[in-house]
Design a protein around this ligand. Structure first.
Ligand code: FAD
Length: 448
C-alpha cells in the first residue's frame, strides 16, 4: 500500500497512492480548444470535470494537471472526510448569526454524506469507513472550550455531543492524555485511491485529462491558457489549484498557501494496539489546541499523525518532510498517546492546501460574465467540501439548480498583500504553536 513516484523534480513519498499508478496521460501535443478547461487535478477539479460531463455529456471538458493526479493535497491528506466549514461554530454564531451557522454546518454534513454516496455510486474501492471523528482536549482549558462548543451545537439543534472523560476512558482506553472530546460524524478513506478512481471515472465519461500539463499563463479576459506544450483556448474555465492560486495570478491577496505535514509510524505491535484500544474503525482525532494536530488509525495497523503548519510561498507545493518536522510529529503523537512514545516514523511528507484569513472557502466567479470560476481554499477541510462543491458548481454551470444553498453565499474574504502576509502569517503560526504548548503533569513532555 505504499508507493514512491517521481513528480516534478523530486521523489514524493506517500502511503496512499496505489503501487502501480495507472497510465500517465500525456500533456497536449498541439494547440487546442475546449468548452471548459478545469485547471488542477485534485478532488475539486476531478469532481467538477466529472459532473460537468455527467450533466452535459456533449460538453468538451479538458482537465490540466501540473503533475500527476493525486500529486496535490488531495492525494496526500489524512483521508478524514468530515463535516465542518469555516471558523469555529461559536465564532460563526457571533459574527454571522445562528441561521447562517446552522446552514453552513448542515451543508458540510451534506457534503460528507454526498462524498460517501459518490464513493458508493462509482463503486470506488478506497477503504471508506464510517468511523466518526473526535475533537479532543489534551488540556483542561481546551476541555472547557469543547464543553461550551457542545452547548452551542445543542442550542442550534445540531448533533455534536460531548464525550465526557469517563466515556473517553471506556471507548478509548490508553488515551490517558485526552480530557474530553466532541464527537462528529465522519468517514475515513484512502484519498490516493479515491483520486485515481475519480480520474478513471472522469476519463471514461469523456473528460480529456492531461497530466504534466502545468498552466503557466492564464488570461481570464480571453480564456487563453499556456500549458507549455500547447496553447489552449477555453470558452469557460474552473480554477481548482487550492493553495497554488497565486502562481496563476488569481486571488493573490486572498488564498494563503499553508504547508501541512503528515507522517505514518511503523505498524503497532499487538501490545501497543491493545494499550491504546486501537481498532481499524477507531475514530480519527483532531486536537482542540490552536495548533490543530490530527491523527487516525491506518488500515494496516500504523498511525498517521499530521500538523506542523508553515507558510508556503516559494516552497515546492509537495515533498518529503524533513527530520526535524518528523520528530515534532512523533512528539505530538506521544501527546495523544503517551504509551506510543518512541514509535518510529516510517514515512513523512507535506502538501500545501489553500487557506484564507476568515477560514471560509472561496467559490466565486473570476469575471463579470461568470464564465470563469475559482473553487477552492478549503482551509484544510477539502475532502468532503471539494467533492460536493464540484458537483454543485457543475450543476450551476450547466443550468441545473444546485441542491444545496451553500457555497453560493459565503462571507466576503478580506485580503492581505503578499509582503505583509510573508511577515504576519509565520508570526501568527508561531503564536498558535506557542499557545498550544503542552506540559505533561510531571513536566517531562513539551510539545510545541
Ligand atoms: C497532510 C495533509 C492532510 C490533510 N488532511 C485532510 C483531511 O483529513 N481531511 C480533509 O478534508 N482535508 C485534509 N487536507 C486538506 C485537503 O487535502 C485539501 O483541502 C483538498 O485535497 C483540496 O483539494 P483540491 O482539489 O482543491 O486541491 P489539490 O488536491 O491541491 O489539487 C490541486 C491540483 O492543482 C495542481 N496545480 C497547481 N498549480 C497548477 C497549475 N498551474 N496548472 C495545473 N495544475 C496545477 C496541483 O498539482 C494539484 O494536483 C489535508 C491536507 C494535507 C496536506
Amino acid at each position: 500500500m505504499s508507493a514512491r513516484f517521481a513528480t516534478e523534480g523530486h521523489a514524493l513519498s506517500t502511503v496512499w497512492l496505489p503501487e502501480s499508478l495507472d497510465a500517465e496521460m500525456a500533456p497536449p501535443a498541439s494547440d487546442m480548444t475546449c468548452d471548459v478547461a478545469v485547471i488542477g487535478g485534485g478532488l475539486s477539479g476531478l469532481s467538477t470535470a466529472l459532473h460537468l460531463k455527467r450533466f452535459e455529456p456533449k460538453l468538451d471538458v479538458a482537465l490540466f494537471e501540473a503533475g500527476r493526479i493525486g500529486y496535490g493535497a488531495s492525494g496526500l491528506s489524512s483521508g478524514q472526510c468530515a463535516p465542518r466549514i469555516g471558523p469555529s461554530i461559536e465564532r460563526q454564531v457571533k459574527t454571522l448569526g445562528e441561521d447562517f451557522a446552522r446552514t453552513a454546518y448542515l451543508y458540510s454534513v451534506d457534503a460528507m454524506e454526498y462524498a460517501g454516496k459518490l464513493v458508493r455510486g462509482l463503486a470506488i474501492d478506497c477503504d471508506c469507513r464510517p468511523t466518526g471523528q473526535w475533537q479532543v482536549a489534551l488540556r483542561e482549558r481546551d476541555a472547557g472550550v469543547l464543553a461550551r462548543r457542545a452547548d452551542v451545537y445543542r442550542a442550534l439543534g445540531l448533533e455534536v455531543p460531548l464525550v465526557a472523560t469517563e466515556e473517553v476512558r471506556r471507548l478509548m482506553p490508553g488515551s490517558g492524555a485526552i480530557v474530553n472530546a466532541l464527537r462528529y460524524p465522519a468517514l475515513q478513506l484512502n484519498p490516493g485511491r479515491l483520486c485515481i478512481a475519480m480520474k478513471r471515472a472522469a476519463h471514461d465519461l469523456g473528460v480529456r485529462i492531461f497530466e504534466r500539463a502545468r498552466v503557466t499563463r492564464f488570461d481570464i479576459a480571453s480564456g487563453k491558457l499556456d500549458v507549455g506544450t500547447a496553447n489552449v483556448s477555453a470558452t469557460r474555465s474552473v480554477v481548482t489549484v487550492d493553495g497554488m492560486a497565486a502562481s496563476l495570478g488569481i486571488l493573490r491577496r486572498h488564498v494563503l498557501p499553508i504547508v501541512v505535514h503528515a507522517a505514518v509510524t511503523t505498524p503497532l505491535t499487538p501490545a501497543q494496539r491493545d494499550a491504546i484500544g486501537w481498532r481499524p474503525d477507531s475514530p480519527g482525532l483532531f486536537d482542540a489546541r490552536p495548533a490543530f494536530n490530527f491523527m487516525r488509525p491506518m488500515p494496516e495497523g500504523s498511525v498517521l499523525i499530521g500538523g506542523e503548519y508553515r507558510y508556503g510561498p516559494g516552497i515546492a507545493s509537495t515533498g518529503g518532510a524533513d527530520a526535524t518536522v518528523a520528530a515534532r510529529l512523533a512528539r505530538q503523537l506521544q501527546a495523544f498517546f503517551p504509551s506510543l512514545s518512541g514509535l518510529p516514523i516510517a514515512r513523512s511528507w507535506y502538501g500545501t492546501p489553500g487557506c484564507t484569513l476568515n477560514e471560509w472557502p472561496i467559490v466565486t466567479p473570476l469575471d463579470d460574465r461568470s464564465r470563469h470560476w475559482h473553487l477552492g481554499a478549503w482551509n484544510g477541510h477539502g475532502i468532503a467540501l471539494s467533492l460536493a462543491a464540484g458537483h454543485d458548481l457543475a450543476a450551476h454551470m450547466t443550468g441545473l439548480r444546485p441542491e444545496r444553498p451553500l457555497p453560493w453565499r459565503l462571507p466576503r474574504q478580506p485580503g492581505i498583500p503578499a509582503p505583509l502576509a510573508r511577515l504576519a502569517i509565520p508570526l501568527y503560526l508561531a503564536y498558535l504553536r506557542h499557545a498550544s504548548r503542552l506540559t505533561h503533569p510531571k513536566g517531562t513532555l513539551k510539545c510545541s
